[in-house]
Design a protein around this ligand. Structure first.
Ligand SMILES: *[C@@H]1O[C@H](CO)[C@@H](O)[C@H](O)[C@H]1NC(C)=O
Length: 307
């Protein structure tokens, strides 16, 4: 044997030199070349999902979570909740991703009020495509209205925050009502973008039905499975269609006052592919929905290596 085994004491001496050299010299030197695991896990997921940005309506390069035209900051205006209901009932549909169904999330009086304040504010809904916002009726056909932060809207902001346990670093996006006439629809898309590492992403979505005087217009999640209980048929389409085919995944019926709540992001900040969803075409009448999106902006110290 050409080599003799190094003595244990020699190995320990090497380690005592190497550890500080690694911590103070090698690691800082190598860091710029290897982005830390936190930010790399926040990048885009599967290839098939890359077109998500095209169907999203806010440009990630224009994220300003301090901009009150975009989020609803807590400005200390006291609560006054006219027409608030006694309470809501929550049913668990899925644990990962978390999907909850909320009966009576807004009262009939609140829903009617929100529809009324939206009426003279509608403009065609846009989608975000690469660098520009555009109207594309093949992907999304509806009108949307930015709601003023009146008492009812502020109550809903608080209800949404309270529902999520007053989670820190969570910002409620300004609320938009969405109106779908006959043939109005929104093709499958995600509400998240994978932009958490760049400053924020939509952690959760409340999809609230404000007006249900329509046929069709269900909210479809092709990647979620039908829950077992027949009780769900009150809220989900259980019937086959005229051709005898059952639609893919699950489809929520529009029911005024009720809401679907889901989390878009895993605890590590990556998006759930299961949250892929669509608004099926309204075949007659009008559907009015309300999106309540909660943004999560991680505290600065957790964001990628000091850039
Ligand atoms: C929906 O109907 C309203 C009222 O008739 C109309 O003003 C609006 O332009 C329609 N929107 C779309 C997208 O067809």
């Amino acid at each position: 044997m050409a080599y003799s085994t190094p003595k244990l004491s020699t190995i320990i001496t090497w380690l005592l030199y190497f550890v500080p050299v690694y911590i103070f010299v090698l690691d800082p030197l190598l860091r710029p070349y290897f982005p830390d695991s936190a930010s790399s896990s926040l990048s885009w997921g599967e290839d098939q999902d890359r077109h998500v940005l095209e169907e999203w309506d806010t440009s990630p390069s224009t994220l300003h979570l301090t901009d009150d035209s975009f989020i609803s900051p807590d400005d200390g205006v006291p609560d006054n909740c006219p027409g608030e209901a006694e309470g809501y009932r929550v049913h668990l549909l899925s644990q990962a991703p978390l999907v909850l169904y909320i009966e009576n999330f807004v009262s009939a009086a609140e829903a009617d009020h929100l529809v009324e304040i939206s009426l003279n504010k509608y403009t065609p809904s846009i989608i975000y495509n690469g660098k520009t916002q555009q109207i594309d009726p093949s992907k999304r056909l509806s009108d949307r209205a930015l709601l003023d932060r009146d008492d009812t809207v502020r109550c809903l902001e608080n209800r949404a925050r309270t529902f999520q346990g007053w989670r820190p670093h969570l910002y409620i996006e300004r609320m938009w009502a969405q109106r779908y006439n006959a043939s109005g629809h929104y093709r499958h898309h995600y509400d998240w973008t994978g932009s958490l590492a760049r400053g924020g992403d939509r952690l959760s979505t409340f999809m609230v039905y404000l007006g249900d005087e329509c046929e069709g217009g269900g909210t479809n999640f092709p990647r979620l499975g039908m829950p077992g209980g027949r009780e769900w048929c009150r809220f989900l389409e259980c019937e086959e269609d005229e051709q005898g085919t059952v639609k893919e995944g699950i489809t929520f019926k529009p029911i005024k006052g009720n809401a679907i709540f889901w989390e878009n992001l895993r605890p590590d900040g990556t998006g759930y592919p299961e949250t892929w969803h669509a608004a099926y075409p309204v075949t007659s009448g009008t559907k009015v929905g309300l999106n309540i999106w909660s943004w999560y902006q991680p505290p600065k110290r957790n964001r990628g290596g000091g850039r």
